[in-house]
Unconditional design. Sequence first.
Length: 105
Amino acid sequence: MDSQYVEQRDAGYWIAHTRISLDSVVVAFLQGLTSETIAAECFPSLSLEQVYGAIAYYLGHRDEIDAYLQQADSEFAVLREATREQDRPFYEKLMQARRAPVGQQ
């Protein structure tokens, strides 16, 4: 890695020396949150410098990180579908509960 703010480990990208994934910061950034909000409200254990560093890393490696995020989303979709198929009755019951008005669950 060419940045002190991001490191690659366990097949993922992480804010250096933390357990916070780069994905988490990038998703908040892409949702329009400011760096100050991300640092203060989403990840108070990160400094503003770390958040800016993570965003700068993302912007400098956007194609690579976007491909990584897309792959992670695809893998999650496959896992979610496999989980649904393992216990279809439970999943259907869960979906009915989600659709029920509050107080009628």
